[in-house]
Structure formats: C-alpha cells, structure tokens
Design a protein around this ligand. Structure first.
Ligand code: ZN
Length: 70
C-alpha cells in the first residue's frame, strides 16, 4: 500500500501527466481506504473542473470511491 505522501504525489501528477496502470491502481486502492486523500483528490477535481476538464482525472472518477462518509 502506498503512503499518503505518495498518493498525494500521484494525485498531483495525474493533473499533468498520464498515470500508468500500476500507479493508477495503487492510487485507486489508496483512495478506497483513505478519506483524507479522497478529500485531496476531490479538491483537486473542483479546482481543475473550474478551469478546464480534468483530463486524466477521469481515471479516478471512473474508479469512483464509495460515497463520502458523513
Ligand atoms: Zn491517504
């Protein structure tokens, strides 16, 4: 399992470059279990969606995590 630091880096990288399958899977798995990093990912999405389509973010969106815990 990747660390939160690593996950944050991958989220950031996903904005500007294409994650490979290993990276994408690792990040998706981390987001399944880590609410903090889900927050980070969603904040990135909101920032980017306000500017332009979050091109590579669709990878994350298509592997959508469970509904945000209350
Ligand atoms: Zn995390």
């Amino acid at each position: 399992m990747i660390t939160c630091r690593r996950a944050s880096r991958l989220i950031s990288d996903a904005m500007d470059t294409h994650l490979d399958d290993v990276q994408s899977d690792a990040l998706a798995q981390h987001l399944q279990i880590c609410a903090d990093c889900r927050n980070v990912a969603r904040q990135w999405q909101m920032i980017r969606l306000g500017v332009r389509e979050w091109r590579h973010g669709t990878v994350l969106l298509n592997q959508e995590v469970p509904p945000f815990p209350a």
